[in-house]
Every structure is written in structure tokens, then in C-alpha cells.
Design a protein around this ligand. Structure first.
Ligand SMILES: Nc1c(NC[C@H](O)[C@H](O)[C@H](O)CO)[nH]c(=O)[nH]c1=O
Ligand SMILES: CC(=O)[C@@H](O)COP(=O)(O)O
Length: 164
């Protein structure tokens, strides 16, 4: 299902966990900052709207999406960080560079979540055009940052439910 058919900012909010004592780290790629700053704002506001404390939402910037994995690791390895959200926008260019970045980051972030046993969320847009990116960063298809934040919240709820 495409974001065209499912708005990124529309999700169920039933049975969400108490996140008032949870610490979140948001890692933001500086490439395409006109997009990623919107993703960050969406993620940050979604966390606060559902109970996160402002002082418990950390932020780190990385040059580009390829660096999101290492930036996320530096937060994920901290015992005081409960979840990491990685935000980026990799817009297709003339070459296959975007494919290599996208696959590397998707695999890298997946590995981190498994390694540290905590949510490491893939909040990276991989559009063909800037317009498609903006449509998914607070535009007509919602905000991927909202979705990423809510995903982190729900995964913490699942962790509380299943982990003894
Ligand atoms: N073209 C985009 C990039 N490219 C930069 C890479 O992410 C990386 O910083 C560089 O290859 C050095 O390691 N990054 C994005 O986030 N978005 C792009 O569209
Ligand atoms: C995703 C990228 O790094 C991309 O913007 C680079 O553009 P190009 O493929 O034209 O070199």
C-alpha cells in the first residue's frame, strides 16, 4: 500500500504505553534539510503529544542519510536511551547512489535494533523527486516523522508487554 492510500500521520492510538519516563534519540540527516527538518518537527511533536518529556527527547545531526546508522548506534548503545528514530530523505539522482544509501541504511538500522534490543526506527524517505518528499514531510500524504515517532512509541509498548 502506498502513502498515497494510507496517510502517514493517521494511525490508531489505542493502548499506547506511558512514555513520560522514556528517553528518545532522534538522528537527523542534514542532506535535504528542507525536508528533514519537517520530519524532525513531526516526530518531535508526535512524541510530546503522546506524553514524552521534552528533556527526554535528544537530537543528533549527521551529514547525510548514509551516516544515520553510525549516529543511531552512538545513541542506541547508551543504556539511558530507550528508542532511536533515524530521519532522512534520499532523493533519487542521475545515478544509483541513492539505491546504495537506502539499502545500507535500511540494513544498518535493522541490525542496530536487533543488536541492542530496542526500537531503531527507519524514518527515511526514499522518493524519486523533491515533490514526493515534501508530500510525505507534512504534505498531502502526511509526515513520515509522525509515523516514525508513533512506531517508536508502539514498539516500546510491545517491549513492555513481552519482555520480562
Ligand atoms: N544524495 C543524498 C545523500 N547523499 C550523501 C550520503 O548520505 C552520504 O552523506 C555521503 O555519501 C558520504 O558518506 N544523502 C541524503 O541523505 N540524501 C540524499 O539525497
Ligand atoms: C542520493 C544521492 O546521493 C544523489 O542525490 C546523488 O545524485 P547523483 O546520483 O545524480 O550523483
Amino acid at each position: 500500500m502506498s502513502s498515497v492510500d494510507k496517510n502517514l500521520s493517521v494511525f490508531s492510538t489505542e493502548a499506547l504505553p506511558d512514555i513520560s519516563q522514556s528517553t528518545f534519540a532522534i538522528v537527523v540527516a542534514e542532506w535535504n534539510e528542507q525536508v528533514t527538518e519537517k520530519l524532525y518537527e513531526g516526530a518531535y511533536q508526535t512524541l510530546l503529544a503522546h506524553g514524552a518529556a521534552p528533556e527526554r527527547v535528544l537530537r543528533g545531526n549527521v551529514p547525510g542519510s548514509f551516516e544515520l546508522t553510525l549516529g543511531a548506534q552512538w545513541f542506541a548503545e547508551r543504556s539511558d536511551v530507550d528508542a532511536v528514530i533515524a530521519l532522512g530523505a534520499v532523493i533519487q539522482g542521475e545515478t544509483k547512489h541513492n539505491d546504495y544509501i537506502n539499502h545500507a541504511v535500511a540494513q544498518g538500522l535493522t541490525h542496530l535494533g536487533l543488536k541492542y534490543g530496542k526500537p531503531v526506527i527507519f524514518g527515511v524517505l526514499t522518493p524519486n523527486t523533491l515533490e514526493q518528499a515534501l508530500d510525505r514531510a507534512g504534505g498531502k500524504h502526511g509526515n513520515k516523522g509522525d509515523e516514525a515517532a508513533m512506531t517508536a512509541i508502539k514498539m516500546l509498548g510491545l517491549k513492555n508487554q513481552v519482555r520480562v
